[in-house]
Ligand binder design. Structure first.
Ligand code: BEZ
Length: 230
């Protein structure tokens, strides 16, 4: 398997289409979610401990994401009966991070033939030929893939980062800005750098109000909703 290529969609691509059976009935992906952000994620297997801890956290996050116009859609290669039994077990028996009795209102795809997983490069043969890795695809309301994170089988995902990526993408689209390292809501954003030599000179000699510049190309600013806040 070492030389086998895994085809993976890339940032900026149209999200590959598929139909699937899920714990919430059949879905047509991504068409059924047009107009919403979608986080499509895969997990290796039902009834495994890392995945179980992640599902507690996905359930916890799903309401907050809904308030951000974002739908979670999960996927593994297990069947729908296994998914239902596992989610019921998590609801009844599992406590993690102080959370218990979790409810699952988002669809979990039963991709038993690995058709969707293959389209999204979730089967990475040198990690496992029989299960999906932990992939996270951020898809915008127009069905375009905007960010991708992959984790290996034995490392649970960081849920603060999943939420931060969505918040970041929505902020980028709303304000047409870039965001610096470790940006979080409420922190300064990057002011677009000058496009010409003359603009660079003007910015150095007469910096616009509200810009904090360390150099002509590196200026931070507050977003309008942060103006006046320390
Ligand atoms: C887990 O979720 O615990 C797990 C699943 C597949 C491989 C390794 C760990």
């Amino acid at each position: 398997m070492e030389n086998e290529m895994t085809s993976m969609p890339r940032i900026g691509d149209k999200a590959p289409e598929f139909e699937a059976v899920t714990t919430q009935g059949k879905i047509d992906f991504p068409g059924d979610f047009k107009g919403k952000w979608v986080i499509l994620f895969s997990h290796p297997s039902d009834f495994t401990p890392v995945c179980t801890s992640e599902f507690v956290m996905f359930a916890h996050l799903s309401e907050e994401l809904a308030a951000m116009n974002c739908q979670l859609v999960g996927l593994s290669v297990d069947g729908v009966a296994s998914h239902i039994a596992w989610l019921r077990t998590i609801h009844e028996n599992i406590e993690f991070n102080g959370l218990k009795n979790m409810e699952f209102t988002f669809p979990l795809i039963a991709d038993v033939k690995m058709e969707a997983a293959q389209k999204y490069g979730m089967i990475q043969p040198n990690e496992s030929t029989t299960t999906a890795v932990r992939a996270v695809f951020f898809i915008d309301p127009e069905g375009i893939i905007r960010a991708i994170i992959y984790y290996p089988l034995s490392l649970g995902r960081n849920f603060d980062e999943i939420k931060r990526v969505l918040q970041g993408l929505q902020t980028i689209d709303k304000h047409h800005v870039s965001l610096p390292a470790d940006w979080r809501p409420g922190k300064e954003v990057i002011a677009p750098p000058p496009a010409t030599y003359q603009q660079a000179k003007e910015r150095t000699e007469h910096p616009e109000e509200g810009l904090v510049c360390s150099d002509w190309f590196f200026c931070l600013k507050k977003l309008p909703e942060q103006e006046g806040k320390a």
